[in-house]
Design a protein. Structure first.
Length: 255
């Protein structure tokens, strides 16, 4: 039987949970050799998935961070049973190709690709869906392209729509739009190729960020769903990613 792989963040809480799990596994083995247990927060899970993109593994996250939307709660008593009865969800990431005018840099984003202004001046951007104009000129702090899995993260904070996991859609949402002031963004097919150009790269520089990987001073960015890559995530039956997204759709903010 293969040893279960445990990948942990380095903070105190993560290492404490890892120690507890090692004690559990010293008494009882997990009869699933393809499971990777990831201990940390959402950011650590995103990093781990991308580092292990070529491994045919299923990833069971245990939250030791703050919100932990992509993670499960740690249950010392029921860990083995929860993993064995967990639900599996496949998600595909976005592939970002950032063009600096000198080179093109690629990176994956499981949550979102965001284009952000680098200076005190607003960005001037054009956005196309394949060859069709989505918006000819957006004056804003930036724009964000989100997957369904990431639609409750940064996308939601800029008032983008929450997408169902099986919607086959991605979202384009403006960040603090100045002109057109009331442009709310657009929901498009996950078969689309989104092309975002900086209309004034000398005076108004922008950066492109794929989750937590940044490329500065970009001329243009192409974003598409990379369907050849599938990340397999495991969730407890009572707290699946589908349910978490549904709860966010129903939630009303309390101030």
């Amino acid at each position: 039987m293969n040893k279960t792989l445990i990948i942990s963040d380095k903070n105190k809480k993560s290492l404490y949970i890892k120690k507890k799990i090692n004690k559990i596994f010293s008494k009882q083995k997990l009869k699933k050799s393809n499971v990777v247990i990831v201990i940390g927060g959402d950011g650590f899970m995103l990093q781990t998935l991308k580092r292990n993109r070529n491994k045919k593994k299923s990833f069971y996250g245990i939250n030791s961070g703050n919100y932990g939307f992509l993670m499960n709660k740690f249950s010392e008593k029921n860990l083995i049973r929860f993993i064995l009865k967990s639900k599996s969800i496949n998600i595909s990431p976005l592939e970002m190709t950032a063009n600096t005018g000198i080179k093109k840099i690629k990176s994956l984003a499981i949550n979102e690709v965001s284009i952000l202004r680098q200076s005190r001046q607003a960005a001037n951007l054009s956005i196309k869906n394949n060859s069709k104009n989505v918006i000819k000129k957006l004056v804003s702090d930036g724009v964000l392209v989100s997957t369904p899995a990431g639609s409750t993260a940064y996308n939601l904070s800029v008032h983008g729509p929450i997408l169902n996991l099986n919607s086959n859609k991605i979202s384009i949402a403006p960040i603090s739009a100045f002109r057109p002031r009331r442009w709310a963004g657009k929901i498009i097919s996950d078969k689309s190729k989104v092309i975002i150009k900086n209309l004034d790269s000398k005076k108004r520089p922008v950066s492109a960020v794929a989750d937590n990987f940044e490329v500065r001073n970009i001329k243009s960015v192409t974003v598409r769903v990379q369907n050849k890559i599938k990340f397999n995530l495991l969730y407890d039956r009572n707290s699946s990613l589908h349910k978490k997204i549904k709860l966010e759709q129903l939630r009303r903010e309390v101030i």
